[in-house]
Structures are given as structure tokens and as C-alpha cells.
Design a protein around this ligand. Structure first.
Ligand SMILES: [Zn+2]
Length: 77
């Protein structure tokens, strides 16, 4: 009878841990999706046509954008 009680307690712990993991997994994945969801404004380098986020682009003259300072110099801006 003692063993049955121990077995029941172990089964209860295993069940409890499994349920907690299932509850945690979607919660952990959701914030990751949220960080990816906001659409980033992508722009194109005027020299090499590389696509990059507007926040990382270097602005040049006449609204042109560049991926790096080297390409901005190359374009004469
Ligand atoms: Zn470039």
C-alpha cells in the first residue's frame, strides 16, 4: 500500500511538471513572435541594392540611402 501512495505522488508530480511545461512553451514563444511582427521599414542601398532596415541605413543627399559609409562615399555623397 505504501508503494501505491509513493507511485501516486510521483505520477502527480510528473503530471504537474508536464502541464506546467505545456503552459510555459506558448508563453515563451509569443513574445518572440511579437518582436518579429512589427514590420521594419526596409530600404535599398543606392550603390549595391542591398536591402537593410531604415534605422541602419546611412542617409545621403536627395533622400538616397546607403548600407555603409564606403558606398555613400562611392556615390559621391
Ligand atoms: Zn551598399
Amino acid at each position: 500500500m505504501k508503494y501505491l501512495i509513493v507511485l501516486a505522488v510521483v505520477m502527480a508530480i510528473v503530471w504537474f511538471v508536464r502541464n506546467n511545461r505545456r503552459a510555459d512553451e506558448p508563453g515563451k514563444e509569443k513574445p518572440r513572435q511579437d518582436t518579429l511582427e512589427p514590420p521594419q521599414d526596409m530600404v535599398q542601398c543606392a550603390v549595391c541594392s542591398l536591402h537593410l532596415p531604415r534605422t541602419e541605413a546611412l542617409p545621403g543627399r536627395e533622400g538616397r540611402l546607403y548600407c555603409c559609409a564606403k558606398h555613400r562615399v562611392h556615390a559621391g555623397d
